[in-house]
Design a protein around this ligand. Structure first.
Ligand code: FES
Length: 168
């Protein structure tokens, strides 16, 4: 990567994000920087809430990759958002184990409480309720949901309220 390209990418990515990318790049052989794309996008999204084309291009430039290599990762994984959305990302599992244990009631409770449907964000930009996810692999804790990639299990409407209140 040229010095100019590196500087341009550095201007878009925060110091924290660059440090996080550097930390992941160091885990792989020098010719395998593509392996750090998921971690890089995760760091960007964690800070900004979603991925802009500018931030994805900056990640590509910083890693010395084609933008396409970054776009394909961002569009493949459901954990990445490329449209403006709320800060805290909620995924309520309604797959089979969770459904049998009340997952759909939990989802309805979240929708009622936040006044939004799946795929929408609250007007204050605080929450984004993601579209339906496949099983999140925590079936023995059903019903469960994930908020900002943290798992919350054995949910009841009361514990959901407490969890939502904790996310400002
Ligand atoms: S069905 Fe919900 S975590 Fe597996």
């Amino acid at each position: 990567m040229s010095e100019a390209t590196h500087r341009e990418a550095g201007a878009v990515l925060s110091q924290h994000v660059r440090a996080e990318i550097d930390r992941w790049v160091a885990k792989f052989p020098p010719e395998r920087k593509r392996s750090a794309v998921i971690a890089a996008l995760h760091a960007v999204q964690h800070e900004a809430g979603f991925l802009t084309q500018e931030s994805m291009d900056a990640v590509a430039a910083y890693l010395g990759l084609l933008p396409l290599h970054v776009y394909e990762v961002a569009s493949f994984y459901s954990m990445f958002e490329t449209q403006p959305c709320g800060r805290h990302h909620i995924s309520v599992c309604t797959n089979i184990s969770c459904m049998l244990c009340g997952g759909e009631e939990i989802l309805a409770h979240v929708e009622r409480r936040l006044g939004i449907r799946m795929g929408e964000s609250t007007p204050d930009g605080r929450f984004f309720l993601k579209k339906e996810e496949e099983c999140l692999a925590a079936c023995n804790g059903a019903p469960m949901m994930m908020v900002d990639h943290v798992y919350y299990e054995n949910l009841t409407p009361a514990t959901v309220d407490r969890i939502l209140d904790e996310h400002k």
